[in-house]
Write a protein that binds this ligand. Structure first.
Ligand code: BGP
Length: 480
């Protein structure tokens, strides 16, 4: 780390906490909510967990927001469950869903916690999922309709909107890694098509917002995994470029260039060729992209990890470590590359490399490659950990260490001129992890799932000091 970069954040830097509706709310059948794709998925035979009651945020939000205020968390990412508002994805609006989010947003504001609202955080309405999900373009106008209802209902108070959370995860996890519904594997062409369709939906919803005369800002949340060749050979660098194109660059181009650059398309076409696939687009998609790229206000960047790439011409193979049994992950894709372990880089129990340099590098890359980006928020970052409750306390020092190093990477990027305006730790409280369940905890606030009691972890006390002092506070200064 560069020693000459001051340990300080701008006065208006947000120290936030992130959540997602399906992971925290519970109450999946309450007050008229309709099913989303995950409700069916988590009730299939062999499923290890469900989303009820999760962290019971549907009822416990006043307590969680009071904790935010007490612990210096001055921003919260929430998402709106599409099927609370429109139980069948379309048709009649469920007033109870509107009422819930009105109360939630008002409570955020009453506690001085700025809401950052995501319209879609993986919870596609079940009827649309059955009709092909994001592979089908039929869902695009339905999403825009849902977005309009939300902008109309909440746009007077919500000043920061994201259209989607992590389009790449929808594509990769559902169609390549197989750990999200519909659990398909190695369908690189489908994944790329889904990315494109999501970018069209994003562009249309974003432009709609801009025509409504509301006073807030709108962007998108991408997960930007760093990509590094495991050794510096031309073959490994090419594997890096292919993985980066499919995971990051394709969608960044759509959002910020308003088109796919020739270099990006050359990499994407190589992946499609190797996997016997094609990409279907319509000419008007690029008109939508061009308009939205001029209008986008910010990028939300989720960053947890980077991948170390090696060239790979074998068959595709993936094993998802969803239990925290360290060292079990496998990820190699035909026509792309293999993600291999780097002995010099530590990992979490779920085999995610801990590599803050990757966050810095992605921030600098955005500023360099997409200079019209305006502002960036780190909209998720944090460490999955099997927190132990000992004598009523949780000492999560490894998490503090992880977050400190990533905050430092942000300070360095800011010092190099990147406009980073805030950090939302994943997660605010412990919650359901999509494919891992409840033993992978991320929260500042421990959730006892038997009683729903909240217990602030050591990291919560530390985060409060950082937020108050607008700097990375040494762990020794935490009284716990
Ligand atoms: C991001 C998602 C979050 C969250 C987080 C941690 O991709 O936006 O919803 O789940 O990752 O992932 P996991 O729960 O798989 O450890």
């Amino acid at each position: 780390m560069a020693a000459n970069v001051p340990n300080t954040f701008p006065k208006d830097f947000v120290f936030g906490g992130a959540t997602a509706a399906y992971q925290v709310e519970g109450a999946t059948t309450e007050d008229g909510r309709g099913p989303c794709t995950w409700d069916e998925d988590m009730h299939r035979p062999g499923s290890r967990f469900t989303a009820d009651p999760a962290s019971d945020f549907y009822h416990k939000y006043p307590e969680d927001l009071a904790l935010c205020e007490k612990f210096g968390v001055n921003g919260i990412r929430i998402s709106i469950s599409w099927t609370r508002i429109l139980p069948e994805g379309k048709g009649a609006v469920n007033q109870k869903g509107i009422d819930y989010y009105n109360k939630l947003i008002d409570t955020c504001l009453a506690h001085g916690v700025e809401p950052f609202v995501t319209l879609h955080h993986f919870d596609t309405p079940l009827p649309f999922f059955h009709a092909g999900g994001w592979l089908s373009r039929a869902i695009i106008p339905e999403f825009v309709n849902f977005a309009k209802i939300c902008f109309d209902a909440f746009g007077d108070r919500v000043k920061r909107w994201a259209t989607f959370n992590e389009p790449w995860s929808i594509a990769q996890n559902g169609y390549i890694a197989g750990n999200f519904p519909p659990h398909e594997t190695f369908q690189m062409a489908k994944a790329i098509q889904i990315e494109h369709n999501l970018m069209v939906a994003h562009a249309k919803a974003l432009h709609l917002y801009k025509t409504m005369g509301l006073s807030g800002k709108i962007g998108i949340v991408h997960t930007l995994e760093g990509k590094v060749p495991i050794t510096d050979t031309p073959e490994n660098r090419h594997a890096r470029d292919l993985d980066d194109a499919m995971s990051n660059r394709f969608m960044l181009d759509a959002c910020f260039l308003g088109k796919y650059s020739d270099e990006t398309m050359s990499l994407i076409n190589e992946i499609l060729r190797e996997n016997n696939g094609t990409l279907v687009t319509e000419p008007s998609d690029f008109d939508d992209f061009a308009v939205a790229a001029k209008e986008i206000d910010f990028l939300g960047m989720n960053y947890y990890s980077s991948h170390f790439l090696q060239t790979w011409d074998g068959e595709s193979k993936v094993f998802n470590n969803s239990t925290g049994e360290k060292g079990t992950s496998v990820f190699a894709l035909h026509g792309v590359g293999a993600r291999v372990s780097n002995p010099a880089v530590p990992t979490t129990d779920w085999d995610w490399p801990i590599y803050p340099q990757g966050m810095h590098d992605q921030l600098v890359r955005i500023a360099h490659d997409y200079p019209n980006y305006k502002e960036i928020f780190i909209s998720e970052n944090g460490m999955g950990y099997k927190d132990d409750l000992v004598d009523g306390k949780i000492d999560d020092t490894p998490r503090i260490d992880y977050v400190s190093k990533h905050l430092r990477a942000i300070q360095e990027a800011i010092a190099e001129g990147v406009n980073v305006k805030g950090y939302y730790i994943w997660s605010l409280q412990d919650m359901l992890s999509w494919s891992n369940g409840y033993n992978k905890r991320y929260g500042l606030f421990y959730v006892d799932y038997k009683t729903q009691q909240r217990i602030p972890k050591k990291s919560a006390y530390w985060y409060k000091l950082c937020s108050e002092q607008k700097k990375i506070v040494p762990i020794e200064e935490v009284k716990y």
